[in-house]
Design a binder for this molecule. Sequence first.
Ligand SMILES: OC[C@@H]1[C@@H](O)[C@H](O)[C@@H](O)c2[nH]c(CCc3ccccc3)c[n+]21
Length: 441
Amino acid sequence: MFSHKRADFGEDFLFGAATAAYQIEGGQTDGRGSSIWDTFSTTPGNVHNSETGKFACDHYNRWPEDLDLLADGGFDAYRFSFAWPRLIPEGVGQVNQKGVDFYDRLIDGMLERGLKPFATLYHWDLPSALQDKGGWLNRDIADWFADYAVMVHKNFGDRLETTATINEPWCVAFLSHMLGVHAPGYRDIRAAARASHHVLLAHGTAINALRAEGGKNLGIVCNFEVAQGATGKPEDMGAARLWDGIFNRWYLDGLFKGKYPSDVLAHFAPHMPDDFADDMAVVSTPIDWFGVNYYTRGLYEHAPERGAFPLRKVDGPLEKTAIGWEIFPEGLEEILTRISADYTDIPLYVTENGMAEIEGTDDPRRIAYYNGHLGAVLAAQKRGADVRGYFGWSLLDNYEWAEGYDKRFGLVHVDYKTQKRTPKSSYRAFQSLLTGANRSR
Ligand SMILES: OC[C@@H]1[C@@H](O)[C@H](O)[C@@H](O)c2[nH]c(CCc3ccccc3)c[n+]21
C-alpha cells in the first residue's frame, strides 16, 4: 500500500484517473468520422504489430462498468477526452447527434457517481478531413478548433468541472511532425515549427472563444521531462538545455511569457509562419489552471551529426519501466516547483503520471512508482507549489499509441479477448488510500 494518507494532500485535493478517447473507446461506428490515428495506425511500420484503436477497450459500450471502477476506487474525478471526429465527423460543420448522445450519457454517468468530469477537448485524434486540409500546418486550424470547443461548451460545458484545450502540444507538434513517431508521422522541421506554433495559437483562440461563451475553469495540459546532461561536459549540458527548450520551455515560455525561447527559435526561425510574433498575445491568453503530465527524466549528449537539433538521448542507469523510462520521482517535484516559481501561481494538477508493465505481471513496482511520485507532489506542495490534484495514468490498460497494446499503464488490467476488467494491486492501493478499505462492488 502507499505510505501516505489522503489528508496529507490537503482537504480539497482531488484524486483521479485518466484516459483518452482513441485509446479506450473503440466504437468506430454510429457516425464517428475517421481520425488521423485510424489512418496512421493502419499504415504498416507506424505501430507495433500494426495494432489500431478499432476496438481498444470497447469503452463506447462498456463505459458504465468503467465509471463504476472509478467510483469503487474512491476516485473524486475522471480525466477523459472528447473524440472530435465522433462529435463533428468532418471536423467542421455537421454534428453527429449519436456522438453528442454518447458523451451526454457518459458525463451524466460521472455526475450520478459523484465523479467530477475533467475534460480534454483534443487528445490527438484529429478528424482526417482536417488533415486533408493540412491539419496542424494550416493556420485555419485555430478557428476550426475554436468552433469545435464552443460546440462542446454549448452541449456539455455546464456539467464539466474543468476543460483542457489540448493534451500535450509537444506531442501534437514535435513528436508528430519532427520525429514522426505519432500521427500524422511527418519528419520535417518546417512542419514541426509551424505545428509548434499553430497548436498554441489554436489553444489561445479556443480559450478566447470559450470565455466569450462564459467558459470557466479552462486550462491546457503539457508534458514535462527533466533533461540532464549525460556527462558534465559543456556540450552535453548544452544538449540537455536545448532539449529542455524543445520539450518544456517552448510551451511554458509561450503560454506564460508570451515569447518563445530564443535557443529553440534559433533552430525553428527560418520555418516559422510569417508574423507569428503577432499571435503571442493570443497564445498566452490567461488560463485558470495548468495540467502537468510527468513520467520520467532524460539524459542527453551532444550529437553534431544529428542536423537541426544536435542532440541524442542516452540510456540512463536508473531502474526503468516496461516502456524503457527511468523511474525518477524527484523530477516531478522539480517540475512542479519550477513551474510555480518561474511561470505561474495558478492551480496545478498532475494530470498524468504512471508506469507501464508488460502482459499479466501486475507489477508490484507500480505501487512503489505511484508512492514515490505522490511523495513528490507532497514535497512540491511544501515548497509552495499549489498542486490541487493528481490523476494516475491510466484507469485501464489501453492502446498505447505507436507501442500498441503491449505496454500496459492501467490500474485495471484489460483482457482484450474478453474485455474483462481486473483491478491490479495498484488500484487496490489507491482504493485503500481513498476509501480506507479494499472493496469492490
Ligand atoms: O505513454 C503513456 C501516456 C499516453 O498513453 C497518453 O495518451 C499521453 O498523454 C502521454 N504522454 C506521455 C508523456 C509524453 C510522451 C508520449 C508518448 C511518447 C513519448 C512521450 C505519456 N503518455
